[in-house]
Write a protein of this length. Structure first.
Ligand code: SAH
Length: 213
């Protein structure tokens, strides 16, 4: 579980690259600078950890591209103490970035191996979200409402149940669309029954699927 000067140096370069690509929020850049991304990937792939690329993890899933993680986090406008629901724990990297920003994180994953893997790794490196094994389309009604919801898989449509679990004034960031490409949506809940939606460009995510594996 080493985080060497080499890793730290590569991370600084990655942060500069993401800044050049348009991420401005200093707290987001600082969080990316703090989280040792190489520890979330198989140790034979450390050389890929600080490239701005998505990378395969277990169960045919991916750890998102760092720019995408930063982009979604910036759009969510995370404030210290925000209660955040993440759909798609995957490697746990995005959850660690949210925790670095001072959020309380509740993260759901539908693949048991990924849920277990993240649940083992994260506490070892000092990150303590609450982990749930289940179907993110259902959200976590018992723990709602949330200030923010982040979906890290491509959804076929906006899951209304997740909007129900937001506070009024709360925000959700979710890529929605076909499996080949999705549009990043920011949804702001304006009243018990209403919300407004804005579009923030095209991205490619692994699909959000129903049920558990
Ligand atoms: N946030 C992750 C990205 C993982 S990729 C990271 O930082 O590494 C998206 C993840 O969403 C995959 O692990 C996939 O299994 C998961 N996923 C897809 N559909 C889901 C659902 N309905 N509920 C929970 N997780 C889901």
């Amino acid at each position: 579980m080493e985080d060497s000067y080499l890793h730290k140096g590569l991370r600084k370069k990655l942060v500069e690259e993401i800044r050049r690509k348009g991420i401005q929020n200093q707290d987001v850049l600082e969080a990316i600078n703090c989280v040792p991304r190489h520890l979330f990937m198989d140790s034979s792939f450390v050389h890929f950890a600080y490239k701005d690329q998505a990378f395969p993890i277990a169960a045919r899933q991916t750890i998102s591209q760092p720019y995408t993680v930063a982009f979604q986090t910036e759009l969510l406008d995370i404030q210290k103490g925000d209660k955040v629901l993440e759909v798609g724990t995957g490697s746990g990297y995005q959850a660690a970035v949210l925790l670095e920003m001072g959020a309380k994180v509740f993260t759901i994953e539908r693949h048991k191996v990924l849920n277990r893997g993240a649940q083992t790794l994260l506490p070892q490196i000092g990150y303590r979200p609450r982990f749930f094994y289940g179907d993110g389309f259902e959200g976590l009604p018992t723990y709602a409402p949330f200030n923010k919801v982040i979906v890290t898989a491509g959804a076929p449509e906006i899951p209304e149940k997740l909007i129900d679990q937001l506070v009024i004034g709360g925000k959700m960031v979710i890529p929605v669309g076909e499996t080949s490409s999705q549009c990043m949506l920011l949804i702001e809940k304006t009243s018990e029954k209403e919300y407004k939606t804005s579009e923030h460009g095209a991205f490619v995510f692994v699909p959000m699927l129903k049920g558990k594996e």
